[in-house]
Write a protein that binds this ligand. Structure first.
Ligand code: UGA
Length: 448
């Protein structure tokens, strides 16, 4: 089966390569000439573990190709997936759907036979119907079947998430749609032994994606608030989340406090869902509050650093480990670093930073005259304060002894609680983290 994937961005590349691995023959259409050029040369424009190897293997097996030629790809395809960006529209919380509608119009203009058109991008409820209207109004001579197949990939874990998903959500216009059989064939490896495909209406599929992301964003925000409460009252967030997570209705996942959620999805999708809900006359107060609380958290955590540094902030060198919104990605979008570092810089601090993948992206987004260092230890050189913003595993290798030799000051602020399990009493360091991890460990009761 041949399919066309419109968009060689994050979702398009991962989905295209994985569907090829499932057996389909896939052409990824990329309109940006420099990005296409890069893909044709075998370079992958994003950092995603395993993606380069997967793409190479699928290209060698002749199941995956990159092109700009949509008409040629459509001629041989039974299905076309739309995987273009849906950024937040400037000045409103709405998702900008112009790329989606342009893709729909281009598909209609170039279609030569009946087609299944699948939206893979995250789109607000009702978009699938609009895509259907554009396609049918432009080409009444062709039968278009419409599906919504939202993606639940996590950056850094995308290949495994696609290959071994919790579920594959597919929204169809009606239960008798012939697209069902085609999609079952495309996702054949996920139908046995356990069938991961869940079919529903278009609107439900579109909403399910936003609801899942908004719920997870809310969960992270909730645990950040509990973490603050632990700090204020003497509780220990590790004990609290352990107790909560053992309840299967809650689950232990997404209970890690940090500097606030970021990335290309949670901030954008919570905004879009809240805006859609307001316009639909069913406002989502929880999501509105989640957005406000998450934004406020990034500012509050910056103020906390300024408070800890005190009046010396203007002569203070802060070493920052981690810039990306989470580990295992080069993605800087909505990273807490983008709020926190400019505030520290504005207050007069000197910043020395290190991130394994995010430094190139960060340079365009952060104030000038920040020093970018080639190793974590180099960033800590002569620093008064060490600040951890991303939970990169390699930061675990730094020892207090190394830091003692490198840093001038003795304050560590760890907003990912990466080193919360270490004993700091034997060192000269003051260790400050979120959630009061060091509180009363001796009181922990073991079950008899
Ligand atoms: C998220 C969803 O998890 C995916 O299911 C979804 O497909 C994707 O968005 C998308 O819509 O494309 P992603 O943005 O890659 O994936 O990142 P997550 O791993 O979900 O993390 C989001 C943010 O929450 C990060 O800033 C992370 O540091 C933060 N987080 C997560 C915490 O602070 N604590 C946690 O316990 C978990």
């Amino acid at each position: 089966m041949h399919i066309t994937m419109i968009g060689g961005g994050y979702v398009g590349l991962v989905s295209g390569a994985c569907l090829a691995a499932f057996g389909a023959s896939v052409t990824i259409i990329e309109n940006d000439p420099s990005r296409l050029d890069c893909l044709l040369k075998g370079e992958i424009p994003i950092f995603e573990p395993g993606l380069k190897d997967l793409i190479t293997t699928q290209q060698q097996a002749k199941r995956l190709a990159f092109s700009q030629d949509l008409p040629a790809a459509l001629r041989k395809s039974q299905a076309v997936f739309i995987a273009v960006g849906t950024p937040t529209r400037r000045g409103s919380g709405h998702a900008d759907l112009s790329y989606i509608y342009t893709a729909a119009r281009t598909i209609a203009q170039n279609a030569v036979h009946d087609l299944l058109v699948v939206t893979k991008s995250t789109v607000p409820v009702g978009t699938g119907q609009q895509v259907a209207e554009i396609l049918r109004a432009t080409r009444p001579d062709i039968t278009f079947h419409i599906a919504s197949n939202p993606e639940f990939l996590r950056e850094g874990n995308a290949i495994a998430d696609f290959m071994h998903p919790d579920r594959v959500i597919i929204g169809l216009e009606n239960s008798t749609s012939p697209s069902r059989a085609l999609l079952e064939k495309l996702y054949a490896p996920l139908t046995t032994p356990e069938n991961k495909l869940i079919f529903m209406g278009l609107e439900s599929a579109e909403l399910a994606k936003y609801a899942a992301n908004a719920f997870l964003a809310m969960k992270v925000t909730f645990i950040n608030e509990m973490s603050d409460l632990c700090e204020a009252t003497g509780g220990n967030i590790a004990d609290v989340t352990k107790a909560m997570g053992l309840d299967p209705r809650i689950s232990p996942h997404f209970l890690q406090p940090g500097p606030g959620y970021g990335g290309s999805c949670f901030p954008k999708d919570t905004q879009a869902l809240a805006t859609t809900a307001r316009h639909a006359g069913a406002p989502t107060q929880l999501i509105e509050t989640t957005i406000a609380a998450n934004n406020a958290r990034k500012h509050r955590l910056a103020e906390r650093i300024l408070h800890l540094a005190g009046e010396q902030i203007t002569s203070c060198t802060i070493a920052v480990l981690g810039l990306t919104f989470k580990a295992n990605t080069d993605d800087m979008r909505e990273a807490p670093a983008l709020t926190i570092l400019p505030l520290l810089h504005e207050a007069g601090a000197t910043l020395r930073v290190y991130d394994p993948q995010g430094m190139a992206g960060a340079q365009a987004l952060l104030p000038a005259n920040i020093t970018y260092c080639s190793t974590p230890l180099l960033a800590t050189k002569q620093a008064d304060i060490l600040l951890i913003l991303t939970e990169w595993p390699e930061f675990m290798d730094l020892t207090p002894q190394q830091l003692e030799g490198s840093m001038k000051g003795r304050l560590i602020i760890d907003y990912r609680a990466l080193w919360a399990d270490r004993t700091w009493e034997d060192t000269n360091f003051t260790y400050h983290t979120v959630g009061n991890y060091s509180a009363s460990p001796a009181c922990a009761t073991q079950p008899k």
